[in-house]
Design a protein around this ligand. Structure first.
Ligand code: CMC
Length: 427
């Protein structure tokens, strides 16, 4: 392979180095393009733009491959737990028993949230969307913790990471408890990370909390499957906010807002609402398919399509199987699962979807499992954020340690040319 790419324009030739990743992905390094030619590249939505080199997650959309730090998502989802995966993503290697124990102990030590935070959460109306509340609370944490991290200090970096890994599940639980009118309580240090999250979310006053292994394992798997997905919208947001040297918590809060949108993490809530609407309408999937294909209708088949996966989303495959298993183990019959399977079958045979390579994505089946676990629909995207937390942290850490420059894209200006100021009485 040539190590140079050549661009010809206006009678001049420009040469650019070619970079190759460890999975043989090739990129043209255009850092010198503007300096040498005065031109820039234009790529709305960054469909062909690599914003960084990263060693965290590899995905191949054509082959449906997803790996965290080289490990297949299928193996991690089956054999690891969420805290191990978080450690792997953030620090690069699977932890041994001692490292995992220390990580968990350090997290437990930081698992309190300042009592003053309760005043902030209680200031929200019950009707507030949990994602807005979570984003605000994450930002509010800054007031009670160091605002910036000395990235040159490994200790300071570790301490910031442990703090947010510890406090975020409390915020997630409080966000749900506020919505449900339950008292805001703290966790139980004797439990595992995910068990504790579940207990914090569901413990009822005056009632003993009983752990259900099927529920915890399902939650663990969901969190692992959502833990990272390279340069998606929210992760890119975390990186770009962090690139201005804003602190970790501020960058994460911005990432939560980016995740909220229905084209991104908000799709899991939208999927369930869509499936319920189809069921309420008598289960006629064809009607909704027609709407999804109608270019004059803004409706999209939620949970279908992906910027990168053009074959299948390996996470959706795992979750489809898990949905059957979890509902079976919990003895739940949910007609929504049948609607989802019917819709998937119709879509996968429809030429509109086949031609555009639109397959079910991670959000298509996740909501059905969340629902079986008793998690309210409006909390679905919050659960996605809980899972994505280690991915965001890993990317923020990588970006800062690599000393990446501030993210600042350019534009092609298409506005008015210079014109004289119009006085008020002349407009
Ligand atoms: N329903 C109907 N048509 C669709 C859909 C869909 N779900 N997704 C894409 N298309 C069509 C789109 O209209 C376009 O058609 P045409 O070529 O005729 O103009 C073509 O497929 C390509 O779509 P695109 O919008 O250019 O593709 P994209 O890479 O910009 O968007 C996407 C990817 C995920 C935003 C999009 O597929 C979508 O909106 N899906 C529904 C929302 C969803 O499920 N989001 C979750 C994504 S996975 C988890 C996550 O990222 O958080």
């Amino acid at each position: 392979m040539s190590d140079k790419a050549i661009l010809e324009f206006g009678g001049s030739k420009y040469e650019f180095p070619v970079v190759q990743g460890t999975e043989n992905e090739v990129g043209i390094d255009i850092k010198t393009l503007r300096g040498s030619s005065g031109m820039i590249t234009l790529d709305p939505g960054y469909k062909n733009t690599g914003s960084c080199e990263s060693g965290i997650t590899f995905l191949n959309g054509e082959k449906g491959i997803l790996r965290y730090r080289g490990y297949a998502i299928e193996d991690l989802a089956e054999k690891a737990d969420f805290l191990e995966v978080a450690f792997l993503l953030i620090f690069g290697e699977l932890p041994n028993q001692e490292q995992l124990h220390k990580f968990h102990e350090d997290i437990k030590h930081e698992s309190h949230v300042d009592e003053e935070m309760k005043k902030i959460i209680n200031g929200f109306p019950k009707s507030a969307h949990p994602m807005g509340v979570l984003s605000s609370l994450t930002s509010a944490l800054i007031a009670f913790n160091p605002t910036s991290v000395d990235v040159a200090s490994e200790e300071a970096m570790y301490s910031a990471i442990v703090r947010i890994m510890a406090k975020f599940p409390v915020l997630v639980a409080w966000t749900m408890r506020k919505k449900m009118g339950l008292p805001l309580e703290y966790g139980d240090d004797t439990m595992g990370y995910v068990e504790n999250l579940h207990k914090m979310m569901f413990k009822r006053p005056n009632k003993e909390y009983k752990m259900n292994r099927v529920v915890i394992d399902a939650l663990d798997q969901l969190l692992i499957l959502h833990a990272d997905h390279e340069q998606n919208c929210s992760t890119s947001t975390v990186r770009i906010v962090g690139s201005s040297h804003a602190g970790l918590f501020a960058s994460l809060s911005a990432g939560i807002s980016a995740l909220w949108g229905p084209l991104h993490g908000g799709a899991n809530q939208a999927v369930l609402e869509m499936l319920e609407a189809i069921a309420a309408d008598g289960g006629d999937t064809n009607k909704f398919m027609a709407k999804a294909k109608d270019k004059n209708d803004s409706f999209r088949l939620m949970g279908f399509g992906h910027r990168v996966y053009k074959n299948f989303d390996p996470r959706a495959k795992i979750l489809k199987k898990a949905a059957d298993e979890v509902l079976g183990d919990l003895g739940i019959e949910d007609h929504i699962l049948d609607v989802a399977k019917g819709l998937e079958k119709v879509a996968l045979e429809d030429q509109y979807f086949v031609k555009r390579k639109l397959y079910p994505n991670v959000d298509f089946y996740s909501g059905i499992i969340y629902r079986a676990l008793g998690i309210p629909v409006e909390m679905f995207t919050v659960m996605f954020a809980m899972g994505r937390l280690p991915g965001w942290i890993a990317h923020w850490r990588e970006m800062r340690l690599r000393g990446e420059p501030i993210g600042r894209p350019r534009q092609i200006y298409i506005g008015e040319n210079s014109r004289p100021f119009a006085a008020m009485n002349n407009r």
